[in-house]
Write a protein that binds this ligand. Structure first.
Ligand SMILES: Cc1ncc(COP(=O)(O)O)c(C=O)c1O
Length: 500
């Protein structure tokens, strides 16, 4: 008996092109059926807690199934996984904000997965970095951003990268803002962050992760600024809070302005905020970050560019094509005016990552733009989305959704049992059922229980009262008029139960 280990001629992890095609054909069969089912199926998950878990073997497999796996993988997805999903690609999905997708988005994910490179450094895949730089510059042009955010402008020291999410973007911005203050001699324990009471929770979370807050309620360094009746940040109150902190010896570190809040799609007065910040002495002036995660993509339409008015004074900006621009999750565009401010907060170079291009400072190394080191090639899907649809197609997509939202808004206005509580914001419509909050809650529950359409709720100040408000966000890539009609008829049915 030989004690030599036999070396298989074919490593177990390798696959040949025929195996790839054969597996792809089988998953393609499943994917075709899934896509075809989206129009007719309930958008809501049909599982209770633990149900999916109980269908999955508690022990890991000891013997691999090899190519046999693909013979039943589609059936398993259909039977075990799909019923426990919220179908975000359903055209009747009006909940949260969309997580839209498209053919070029899906193809881009596939191509990226096949190559599966790690573009952590320019040198570990130059094309990955340079494609991302190019699509970021394209998007800067499409959204009408100032030249300062572009790589390809001579005087610019800015640029952008694709982060996973807007939450990662705001954390990166906060780290850069703090580093700038620390470099200028500020005590890192006195950093304060300002945003409105309506800002997305990711801003407070960034403060928690960065050590500015111990828990979500900790307001020792987090200032939630009051809003006006339309839920837009009050610039005068922001100014007062900053001045008070300066008087108290603290350091105003970052202001986060929301262009399209999650609850109601409200737009903070970015121009006014920027103008007010410009009156503060430079050494005391906080970094200005703009969270346009959902609404920002509408700036692709010239008639909606005004939503980013004031971005000229911003230090950083986030827009998520994975929400409303048909680019598969995850894809958050993060731009920064001074990329050195960001990389000086994030860069650390152990010997094992050194290379001559990075040492020469002649390349962009995206690992210095966020927390993760390794990074996948997200730029391909965005590149293909931009080329497949072109600016005209993207404008048509946004415009179509806004028209559909107007149709729903008109219905709300015409039904005396319902009340529009804020002006429609792009494709987001917020309303209540006349009467007590319980009615609005009951309506949302009844609509969602039927599961044919999905909507969500929020809790915000309406006039002098905190109210439960229903939100309808139009945004699924394949939504059409008939789905708005379905939504209206589901709401009608639910109203019959809720309003006697
Ligand atoms: C205005 C706004 N900002 C930030 C976020 C967080 O987005 P992400 O999931 O990309 O972190 C959301 C999510 O809905 C949002 O609506």
């Amino acid at each position: 008996m030989s004690d030599k280990t036999t070396i298989s001629p074919m490593p177990i992890g390798a696959y040949d092109p025929d195996q790839f095609s054969s597996a792809l054909r089988k998953i393609e069969d499943w994917a075709r059926a899934y896509i075809a089912s989206l129009d007719d199926r309930s958008a809501a998950p049909a599982r209770s807690p633990g149900e999916t878990l109980a269908m999955l073997d508690p022990s890991p497999p000891m013997q691999g199934e090899g190519m046999g796996l693909w013979d039943h993988a589609g059936d398993e997805l259909r039977e075990t996984i799909e019923p426990g999903l919220m179908h975000w690609q359903s055209p009747a999905f009006f909940a949260y904000f969309p997580c839209s997708s498209s053919l070029p988005g899906v193809m881009g994910e596939l191509a990226s997965a096949v190559m599966n490179v790690n573009g952590m450094l320019w040198s570990t895949s130059p094309s990955a970095t340079e494609l991302e730089m190019r699509v970021m510059d394209w998007c800067a042009q499409l959204f009408g951003l100032p030249d300062a955010f572009r790589f390809d402008r001579d005087a610019s020291i800015g640029g952008g990268c694709i982060q996973g999410t807007a939450s990662e973007g705001v954390l990166a911005a906060l780290c850069a803002a703090r580093k700038r203050k620390v470099d200028a001699g500020a005590d890192r324990s006195g950093m304060c962050i300002y945003t409105s009471t309506q800002a997305h929770s990711s801003v407070i979370k960034a403060a928690m992760v960065a050590g500015l807050a111990d828990d979500p309620e900790d307001r020792s360094r987090v200032r939630l600024i009051e809003t006006d009746a339309d839920l837009r940040m009050d610039t005068a109150a922001l100014h007062k809070a900053i001045e008070q902190d300066i008087r108290d010896g603290l350091t105003p570190c970052m202001v986060c302005s929301s262009q399209g809040t999650t609850s109601t799609g409200a737009f903070d007065p970015l121009s006014k905020i920027g103008e007010m910040l410009a009156t503060i002495e430079q050494e005391q002036r906080p970094w200005l970050h703009v969270d346009a995660a959902w609404a920002g993509v509408a700036a692709v339409c010239p008639e909606h560019r005004g939503i980013l008015d004031g971005v000229q004074r911003a230090d950083s900006l986030c827009i998520n094509p994975h929400k409303w621009l048909m680019t598969n999750f995850d894809c958050d565009l993060f731009w920064v005016r001074d990329r050195n401010a960001l990389t000086s907060a994030m860069s650390i170079t152990p010997d094992y990552l050194r290379n001559k291009e990075s040492d020469a400072g002649s390349v962009v190394d995206y690992r210095d733009w966020h927390v993760p080191l390794g990074r996948r090639m997200r730029a391909i899907k965005l590149w293909w989305v931009l080329r497949y649809f072109g600016a005209d197609g993207l404008r048509e997509h946004i415009g179509h959704h806004i028209e559909l939202a107007k149709r729903f808004e008109a219905h709300v206005r015409s039904d005396s049992r319902l009340r529009l509580v804020f002006d429609r914001s792009l494709s987001l419509v917020c309303f209540v059922v006349e009467g007590e909050d319980e009615r609005t809650k009951a309506l949302i529950d009844a609509v969602n229980t039927s599961g044919r359409v999905l909507i969500t709720q929020t809790r915000v100040r309406v006039g002098d009262e905190l109210r439960c408000v229903a939100r309808v966000a139009v945004g699924a890539s394949s939504v059409r008029e008939q789905h708005i009609d379905l939504l209206i008829s589901e709401i009608d049915k639910a109203l019959a139960e809720v309003v006697e």
